[in-house]
Design a protein around this ligand. Structure first.
Ligand code: ATP
Length: 935
C-alpha cells in the first residue's frame, strides 16, 4: 500500500495493534522512515503546523485602535470644531484635519500592532521545539513542523508532543493532557493495549496527542497525525505560546491617558464657565475654541506609538543578544531584577562533560582525553593501565554504557552526543576501554527502567541476560547473573545509601562502614576539585520488578564505584557575575549537584563571597518557610536541591522584597518559573514545558545572556522615561501658553488644534522615536536596580516635567508677548498682524529640538556626548526643523495649517528664544554638578 492511501487519520488508531499501525503507516519501529519517504510525505501532508486561529483578526486590531480614550476625545473635538466652523460659515478645515490625523493615528497604530503580532508569531517560531526521531535508522532531531505521519518519535519527560501518535513501547509514561481534555492529573499510558473502538478520547491510553506534555517516563511512538489532522488541530484550540500582554508601563500609560483626558475636560469646563461668568455668553464660542485647543494640547497623542515601538525594538535587540522574550512585560521589568537564581549545569558551566577521575575497588584512576571522543587512557599514578585487568572497573564501565539514554555519534569527523552530556561523557569513558553500548545492549537488552528525575537524583535500567552471555557477563566481573541485571547510577550519597555489598576485585562482599566512609571521602575530594560525581551500583534479579517499584527495588545494591567529570565554567560568566555585582544584582547558584562541587565552581566564578552561606536541600527541607526567609539573603549556593525547593526559594526571596529572575529547564521547574518575576527557560537543554512557563528563553543557555538582557531592559526603561519626560514637558508648556493668551489680553488662540496635533505627533514624535534608540549611558550597569513598582513620575520625573513645562511656557509667553506687539506695529503686504501666532508655533516646535538634544543625558553636557552616537536623533531634528520651515513658507501648507509668512529676522528671533530651552537644561546640569562637587 502506498502512503497515498493511508487510512483516514481520524480512524481508530487506539483500536489497532502496534504492528498493524506500523504496517498501515509503512514505517519501521527501529529504523523509522527513509529521508526520501519523509520528503514525499511532507509534500503530501504539508508541514506539521496548526492553522493560526489564535491572535486577533485584523479588523479587531483596527477597531481596538479607536477604543483609545484619547482618540475618542479628539473625535469629539473634531465634531465640536466642525459645528463651530460651519455655523461661522467657514470650511471645517480643523475638523477634517483632526479626523484625518485620528484616522492616520489609528492606521499607524494598526500597522504597528499587526507588525508586533507578526513579530511575536516569528518569535514563536524561533522557540518552536525540536523532536527526537528515528529516520534512516539513525537517531536525530528535527523541527516539529517537519514531522510526518509514520515518523518514529522518542519521548521523554518534559517533551511537549508535536503530533499525535500511537505508542510503540513505553516505560512509566505519564502524560498531562490538560491542553486537550482539561484534566489536570497526568494520565498513565500503556503501549501494548488495544482498546475498543468506541473508547473516549481521555481513555485512549495507547495514544499520545499533540500539545500534551510528558511528565514522566520515556516512550517510542509512531506519528499518526500531523498539523490540522491531530486531535488538537480538529478542535482548533491553538495555544498561543507567545503572549502579547500589555506591559505594566503600557497599563500605566493608559491610566495616565484617562487622567489627562479627565483633567483636560475639567480644564475646559473651568475655562468656559469662568469666561462666560466674566465676559457673558457672547464670549462662549471664543472660549470654546481656546478650550478645544487646550484639550488637544494636553493629550500626548504620539506617546502610545512611541512606547510600542520602543518595546518592540527592545525585544529585537535582546534576541540579537540571544535572549528571546516570550512575554512583553519582561522587556521593561528585566531592568528591575535584583536577584538572579541560576542553575549551574549548562548555564554557569559549559555542559561539556569529560570524565577525569574514576574510583573503584580502592583505586583512583585518572582518565585522559578531550571532548566526547572515545579515545584516552586510564592512568594510575601517571602510568597507563589496562581496564581488562580490573574486573571492578570493567563492571563499572558496562554500567556506564547500559544505564544510559544517550547516543554517541561521529558527525562530520567530530564526536557528538544526542542526549544528556553527563551520559555522553559516560559513553565516551566506556568507549576508551572498548566497552560499546550497542554491543552490550545486544547481549543485555533493556526490558525496564526507573527513569531519572531531579527529585530522585538517580536512575536504574533492568536488562535481560541472554542465556548465551551469562558466562561472559560473569567474566566481566559482574555478579553471577540471574535472569536480569539492574544497573543504577545517580548522586553518590543517595546511591551508596542503598548498597549493602561492594564489588572488590572479582568478589562481592558486604560493605563495611569504613568502606562507606572512604567512598564518601573520595567523593568529597573529587567534588572539592569541582568535579561532578556520579555513583554506580548494580544488582542481579530473578524476576522483573513491577512498574513504579523503584523505592523497593533500588535496595540492597552492590556498589561499583565513582565517576568524576569536569564541566568547566563558561569563561564569559566570571565577567558577567562581576557586572551583576556592580549593577547591584545578586547572583545565586541553585543546583542539584553536590555542595562541594557547587562551592568550587561558585568560588571560581565569584558567586560565593566571604560570609555567604551554602544550604543543602535536606537542610532546606527541615526549615519552615519563615526560617528560610530569614536565611535567604545570606545564602548564595543551594546544593542538592529538588525543583520544588526552587519554588520555596523564589517565594522567600520575593517575601524579602527581591525582584527575582530564576532559570529552569525541567518539567518540575515550571511552577518556580511561573512564580519568579522573570522566569527564564533554557533554549537548548530546556524542556518544552519549562519554555511554556517562562517569560524569556536563553537561546544559548548562558548566564551571561541574562546579564546582557538585564542591561537591555535597563536601557529600554531609561529611554522610555526619557521620552515621557520630553513629550509631557512639551505638552504642559503648550497648555500654559494657550491658557496665557486670553489672560494677557492677546486676541484669539495662539495655536489651532491642527497645529497642536502637528506638534504632538510630528515635531515631538520623530525626536521621541529617536530618543528610544539612544545608546546606553555608561553607568547603566553601575547603579542599583530601580523598583518595578515605582511610579512613572518617580525619581524626579514628575517635577522635571512640571518645571520644564513652566520654563517652556515662560520662554514662549515672553516671545508671544513681544511678537504680538511687534506684529501689530510692523504690517506690510506680506507681514500680517496674525503672524505672532506663527512665531509662537515655530518657537514651540524649535524649542523642542533643543530639548531633545539636551535630554540625551541627565548628567553629561551635550557637548560632552558624541553627537553621532545617536544619528537618528540628529536626523530627526534636521528633518523636523525643515518640515516646520516648509509649513511656514510653502503657501499651500500655510493655508492648510493656518500659518503666516514671518521675516528672516523674526525667524532668527524664534531660533534665539528656542535656544534658551537648550541653554536652560544644560545650565541645570552644570548647577547640579557644581553643588554635587561642593557637597
Ligand atoms: P543544575 O540544577 O545546576 O542543572 P544538576 O544538573 O546537577 O545541576 P540535576 O540534573 O537535577 O541537577 O541532577 C542532580 C543530580 O542527579 C546530579 O548532581 C547527579 O548526581 C545526578 N544525575 C544527574 N544526571 C543524571 C543521570 N543522567 N543519571 C543519573 N543521575 C544523574
Amino acid at each position: 500500500m502506498s502512503a497515498n492511501s493511508l487510512p483516514n487519520p481520524a480512524a481508530v488508531w487506539h483500536h489497532l495493534e502496534v504492528d498493524k499501525t506500523l504496517q498501515l503507516l509503512e514505517s519501521d519501529a527501529n529504523a523509522g522512515l527513509s529521508s526520501q519517504e519523509v520528503q514525499q510525505r511532507l509534500q503530501r501532508y504539508g508541514p506539521n503546523e496548526l492553522q493560526e486561529t489564535g491572535g486577533r483578526s485584523p479588523l479587531a486590531i483596527l477597531i481596538d485602535q479607536f477604543k483609545n480614550i484619547m482618540l475618542l476625545m479628539l473625535i469629539a473635538v473634531a465634531v465640536v470644531s466642525a459645528i463651530l466652523d460651519i455655523r461661522g460659515g467657514e470650511f471645517p478645515k480643523d475638523a477634517i484635519a483632526i479626523s484625518l490625523i485620528v484616522i492616520l493615528n489609528g492606521v499607524l497604530g494598526y500597522l504597528q500592532e499587526s507588525r508586533a503580532e507578526k513579530a511575536l508569531a516569528a518569535l514563536k517560531k524561533l522557540s518552536a521545539p525540536l523532536v527526537r526521531v528515528m529516520r534512516d535508522g539513525r537517531l536525530g532531531e528535527v523541527a516539529a513542523k517537519d514531522l510526518v505521519p509514520g515518523d518514529v518519535m522518542l519521548l521523554e519527560a518534559g517533551v511537549q508532543l508535536a503530533a499525535d501518535g500511537r505508542l510503540i513501547e513505553e516505560s512509566n509514561l505519564q502524560v498531562r493532557e490538560s491542553a486537550l481534555t482539561g484534566e489536570a492529573h497526568a494520565v498513565e499510558k500503556q503501549a501494548e493495549l488495544h482498546l475498543p473502538e468506541d473508547t473516549p478520547l481521555g481513555d485512549r491510553i495507547n495514544l499520545v496527542f499533540q500539545g500534551t506534555e510528558v511528565v514522566q517516563g520515556r516512550a517510542k511512538a509512531i506519528v499518526t497525525g500531523t498539523g490540522m489532522q491531530t486531535e488538537l488541530g480538529r478542535i482548533a484550540a491553538l495555544l498561543q505560546s507567545v503572549e502579547s500582554e500589555p506591559t505594566p508601563l503600557q497599563q500605566r500609560m493608559s491610566q495616565l491617558g484617562n487622567v489627562l483626558v479627565t483633567g483636560s475636560l475639567v480644564l475646559v469646563a473651568i475655562v468656559v464657565a469662568g469666561g462666560v461668568w466674566r465676559a457673558g455668553v457672547g464670549a462662549f464660542e471664543d472660549l470654546l475654541e481656546v478650550s478645544l485647543s487646550m484639550a488637544v494640547a494636553v493629550v500626548p497623542e504620539g506617546l502610545p506609538a512611541v512606547i510600542t515601538v520602543t518595546l518592540a525594538l527592545g525585544t529585537q535587540r535582546m534576541v540579537r543578544r540571544q535572549a528571546l522574550i516570550r512575554k512583553l512585560p519582561a522587556v521593561e521589568t528585566l531592568g528591575s531584577v535584583t536577584t538572579i537564581c541560576s542553575d549551574k549545569t549548562g548555564t554557569l558551566t559549559q555542559n561539556k562533560m569529560v570524565v577525569q577521575a574514576v574510583y573503584t575497588n580502592d583505586r583512583s584512576f585518572h582518565v585522559t582525553g578531550d571532548g566526547y571522543a572515545p579515545t584516552g587512557e586510564f592512568q594510575i599514578d601517571g602510568r597507563a593501565t589496562s581496564s581488562e585487568d580490573q574486573p571492578a572497573l570493567q563492571a563499572l564501565l558496562v554500567a556506564c554504557a547500559l544505564c544510559n539514554d544517550s547516543t554517541l555519534q561521529q558527525q562530520e569527523g567530530q564526536w557528538a552526543i544526542i542526549g544528556d552530556p553527563t551520559e555522553g561523557a559516560l559513553l565516551s569513558l566506556a568507549g576508551k576501554a572498548g566497552v560499546e553500548k550497542d554491543q552490550w545492549e545486544a547481549q543485555l537488552p533493556r526490558t525496564a527502567e526507573f527513569p531519572f528525575s531531579s527529585e530522585r537524583k538517580r536512575m536504574s535500567v533492568i536488562c535481560q541476560v541472554q542465556p548465551e552471555v551469562k558466562s561472559r557477563t560473569a567474566q566481566n566481573g559482574l555478579l553471577e547473573p540471574e535472569n536480569y541485571l539492574m544497573f543504577t547510577k545517580g548522586s553518590p550519597e543517595l546511591t551508596l545509601e542503598r548498597c549493602d555489598r561492594i564489588h572488590v576485585g572479582d568478589r562481592i562482599v558486604a560493605i563495611t562502614e569504613e568502606q562507606r566512609a572512604q567512598i564518601l571521602d573520595q567523593n568529597n575530594q573529587m567534588a572539592s576539585n569541582g568535579l561532578r560525581v556520579l555513583g554506580f551500583a548494580y544488582k542481579p534479579l530473578a524476576t522483573l520488578p513491577p512498574e513504579s517499584s523503584e523505592d523497593t527495588s533500588e535496595q540492597e545494591l552492590v556498589w561499583l564505584g565513582l565517576v568524576g567529570m569536569l564541566d568547566a565554567p563558561r569563561p564569559e560568566v566570571r565577567d558577567a557575575v562581576a557586572r551583576c555585582r556592580e549593577a547591584g544584582i545578586r547572583p545565586i547558584m541553585i543546583t542539584g549537584d553536590h555542595q562541594l562541587t557547587a562551592r568550587a565552581i561558585a568560588a571560581d566564578l565569584g558567586i560565593a563571597q566571604a560570609g555567604d552561606r551554602a544550604l543543602i536541600g535536606q537542610e532546606l527541607e527541615r526549615m519552615s518557610q519563615q526560617e528560610l526567609e530569614e536565611q535567604v539573603d545570606l545564602v548564595s549556593i543551594y546544593a542538592r536541591v529538588s525543583p520544588e525547593h526552587k519554588l520555596r526559594i523564589v517565594q522567600a526571596l520575593q517575601k524579602r522584597g527581591r525582584f527575582v529572575a530564576m532559570t529552569g529547564d525541567g518539567v518540575n521547574d515550571a511552577p518556580a518559573l511561573k512564580q519568579a518575576d522573570i522566569g527564564i527557560a533554557m533554549g537548548i537543554t530546556g524542556t518544552d514545558v519549562s519554555k511554556e512557563a517562562s517569560d524569556m528563553v536563553l537561546l544559548d543557555d548562558n548566564f551571561a545572556t541574562i546579564v546582557a538582557a538585564t542591561e537591555e531592559g535597563r536601557v529600554v526603561y531609561t529611554n522610555i522615561r526619557r521620552f515621557i519626560k520630553y513629550i509631557l514637558g512639551s505638552n504642559i508648556g503648550e497648555v500654559l501658553t494657550i491658557a496665557a493668551a486670553p489672560i494677557l489680553g492677546l486676541g484669539g488662540v495662539p495655536l489651532s488644534p491642527l497645529q497642536i496635533l502637528w506638534m504632538n505627533l510630528v515635531t515631538d514624535g520623530l525626536p521621541a522615536l529617536a530618543l528610544a534608540v539612544e545608546p546606553p549611558e555608561p553607568n547603566v550597569m553601575r547603579r542599583p536596580p530601580f523598583s518595578p513598582r515605582e511610579s512613572i513620575f518617580a525619581r524626579g520625573l514628575g517635577s522635571y516635567m512640571v518645571r520644564i513645562g513652566i520654563i517652556f511656557a515662560i520662554i514662549t509667553i515672553i516671545l508671544m508677548e513681544w511678537a504680538y506687539f511687534h506684529s501689530q506695529n510692523v504690517v506690510t503686504e506680506q507681514l500680517v498682524r496674525e503672524r505672532w501666532k506663527t512665531m509662537v508655533f515655530t518657537t514651540l516646535c524649535l524649542a523642542q529640538m533643543g530639548h531633545a538634544l539636551a535630554i540625551r543625558s541627565n548628567t553629561r553636557l551635550t557637548m560632552e556626548l558624541n553627537p553621532f552616537s545617536n544619528p537618528y536623533l540628529l536626523g530627526a531634528v534636521v528633518v523636523t526643523t525643515i518640515l516646520q520651515l516648509l509649513l511656514v513658507y510653502v503657501p499651500p501648507l500655510q493655508s492648510f495649517f493656518g500659518t503666516y509668512y514671518i521675516s528672516p529676522m523674526e525667524l532668527a528671533i524664534c531660533f534665539g528664544f528656542s535656544a534658551l530651552m537648550f541653554v536652560w537644561i544644560e545650565g541645570e546640569k552644570l548647577f547640579v554638578r557644581f553643588f554635587r562637587k561642593r557637597a
